[in-house]
Design a protein around this ligand. Structure first.
Ligand code: C5J
Length: 225
């Protein structure tokens, strides 16, 4: 029998079946979150992303303890950079940019330390990691195939940054028919005003691309599973 859970959310209650729901953790990589990574090279204050780590960890632990599906994404490129558009590499006019050697290895390159997910949220071997060359988690990846094979219909979305890779991925997911719940305290931006605007855009117009809630509200309903 299907178990349908109901989370208090905006613009209205979010209903989901745990067995067909995945936690999608977007780009919690050292290159975006730690000092001396790509995020800081772009001139950002990376401390602004830190508050999302512990709430995400609590949601991750809950999904794991209930044997629910967890997926992680990482933004980055092949070492030969054949999947990196020259326009992306040139953007920002940086002294050290994508593919160059930085303090955590080559910036945003797969296999390098900076490209890896932070220790607190390190994927288990059983959790698929989607390597994506773009902002969206569906563009040029096998995410859709994996979700289809696992029978996933709803996504709980967390990660960074809210208005870039999180929002792009939610829009892509919504167009493919997935119902997305974004947890406000588990997403973060270098720009507080963009965080607010992105969240408002997701839930506007009756939930035009998804629903918005908090880790506390989700954990309340997951506890009973
Ligand atoms: C960015 C991301 N901001 N993960 N990537 O370039 O949001």
């Amino acid at each position: 029998m299907e178990t349908i859970l109901k989370v208090s959310a905006q613009p209205y209650e979010f209903r989901f079946e745990p067995a067909s729901t995945a936690l999608l953790i977007i780009d919690m990589q050292r290159d975006f979150i730690l000092p001396v990574g790509f995020g800081e090279m772009l001139g950002n204050d990376v401390a602004k992303l830190k508050p999302a780590i512990e709430p995400t960890r609590r949601v991750l632990e809950s999904f794991r303890s209930k044997h629910l599906t967890v997926l992680h994404t990482r933004e980055g490129h092949r070492p030969d950079m054949s999947d990196c558009p020259p326009a992306k590499r040139a953007r920002g006019n940086l002294k050290i940019g994508i593919g160059d050697k930085g303090p955590m290895g080559r910036v945003l390159i797969r296999g390098e330390r900076g490209h890896g997910i932070i220790e607190r949220l390190e994927p288990l071997p059983s959790e698929p990691v989607i390597d994506k060359p773009g902002k969206g988690a569906f563009f040029a990846t096998d995410l859709e195939l994996i979700l289809k094979n696992l029978g996933i219909r709803s996504l709980v979305v967390t990660g960074v940054t809210t208005e870039v890779c999180v929002q792009t991925s939610v829009r892509e997911a919504n167009d493919r028919g997935y119902e997305c719940l974004v947890l406000v305290d588990c997403v973060a931006s270098y720009f507080p005003e963009f965080q607010r605007a992105a969240i408002d855009m997701i839930k506007a117009q009756g939930g035009i691309v998804g629903w918005v809630s908090t880790s506390v509200e989700l954990l309340k309903v997951l506890t009973g599973v």
